[in-house]
Design a binder for this molecule. Structure first.
Ligand code: GDD
Ligand code: MN
Length: 375
């Protein structure tokens, strides 16, 4: 198979058995965890032909460097180092597509998932299922790794996903699963690279077309480092649900942008209220203050959520903020212009208002992509 002669070694490398299982591990700042995980995979998969692909988003702690060193010693290990991109789902998708075994598993690097379940998952996947999910919500489930608040949020999100998207598995938020490659590749074009919830995306995109089996496992404590999921996950999740609900007619990024716009409206009205009531400001000034505060908070939220994968920092942040003010000001003119002309033809206030708002958000979104978070 591999006929290259290794320089210096004198002996041709052993032809390796084709892998049956590819394990994909997304990493961001997991330097102290990857070697432990690799050893555990080696132990638990002793009877399986496997490979592991770490997908690292150029971690500042140099996780990729540790993975490279492992790959030098064991050619079942590979490192995909992505530069200029961030995102859990995108990393998983890229890792799966960069691997080759007929079965693929996704597992976190931080040892919160129970890798000893993999052989059992492989048996199930090769025998009776397209998808095997490590589930925290079925009998036998224990979660040590969640505080009360996070457990509550996770349970609520799960309920919403089940009701709105008619997802039938118990734990669509799980980040620990195995899937048949052929089924995954069929669905891959429908998946969003922006979110955190690749399993939910996969199951929702399949529309009931995946035979799924769930096995319980204990969600453990993180060993080293810290979680990367912040409060933005909640908004991100809502966006994914909406995107799937519209059958992907609207992109997740646009939905997030529009949600941020909705929050901006609330911020605007709150500021207006405070300026008028508390500071007794004249209406025009109060309205202007509301607009500036709302634009600023929209910019910050979009930078954290909608464009998290290309977040602006330092001087680019300031430049971006100014560009965003300009974009939004023109957007406001477009908004009012459209609303007026609709009202002119059809004097229905809410229709005109909605048409204007829609024009504004579409304009702001398109121009922000061109001038603020440009790529
Ligand atoms: N490449 C890459 N890029 N990896 C990332 C990124 C990213 O932007 N963000 C997080 N990761 C990696 C982490 O290094 C870790 O291996 C894994 O993804 C999960 O991230 P954590 O930060 O540990 O998330 P968590 O423990 O809070 O979330 C867990 O629970 C969720 C269910 O509520 C994970 O299991 C998720 O997969 C799961 O969806
Ligand atoms: Mn974790």
């Amino acid at each position: 198979m591999n006929e290259a002669i290794r320089p210096g070694s004198g002996t041709p490398p052993q032809a390796q058995e084709a892998p049956e299982l590819s394990v994909i591990v997304p990493t961001f700042n997991e330097r102290d965890n990857v070697t432990v995980l690799y050893r555990r995979l080696e132990a638990t998969l002793a009877n399986v032909a496997w490979e592991v692909v770490f997908v690292d988003d150029n971690s500042p702690d140099g996780t990729w460097d540790v993975v490279r060193a492992l790959a030098q010693r064991d050619n079942r290990v590979r490192c995909v180092r992505r530069i200029g991109r961030r995102g859990l789902s995108g990393a998983c998708i890229e890792g799966i597509l960069a691997s080759s075994a007929p079965y693929v598993a996704v597992i976190d690097a931080d040892l919160q998932h129970d890798e000893t379940q993999l052989p059992k998952m492989l048996l199930l996947a090769s025998d009776q299922a397209d998808l095997v999910v490590g589930s925290r919500y079925i009998e036998g489930y224990k979660s040590e790794g969640f505080n009360k608040q996070r457990a509550g949020a996770s349970a609520l999100a799960t309920e919403v996903a089940k009701k709105v998207l008619r997802v039938e598995i118990a734990d669509p938020m799980s980040g620990f699963f195995m899937v048949r490659r052929d089924r995954f590749e069929e669905l891959a074009p429908k998946l969003s690279v922006h979110g955190f919830k690749i399993l939910l995306d996969l199951v929702a995109s399949a529309n009931g077309g995946l035979r799924a089996v769930e096995i319980p496992y204990t969600f453990g404590q993180r060993q080293h480092g810290e979680s990367k999921l912040d409060s933005m996950v909640a908004l991100d999740f809502l966006g994914l649900v909406l995107a799937k609900f519209t059958n992907d007619a609207v992109s997740l990024r646009f939905i997030l942008f529009a949600m941020v716009g909705g929050i901006g409206l609330v911020v605007h009205l709150t500021t207006l209220f405070i300026a008028l009531q508390l500071f007794k400001a004249p209406f025009a000034e109060a309205q202007a203050a509301g607009a500036v505060v709302a634009m600023t908070s929209n910019f910050v939220l979009n930078n954290f959520l909608t464009y998290r994968d290309q977040r602006l920092k330092g001087f680019a942040l300031l430049r971006g903020l100014i560009a965003f003010y300009i974009v939004c000001s023109v957007g406001l003119l477009a908004n009012v212009g459209v609303a007026f002309s609709v009202y002119d033809q059809e004097p229905i206030w809410w229709l005109a208002g909605m048409a204007g708002a829609l024009m504004g958000v579409v304009w702001n979104y398109a121009m922000s992509g061109l001038f603020v978070w440009r790529k």
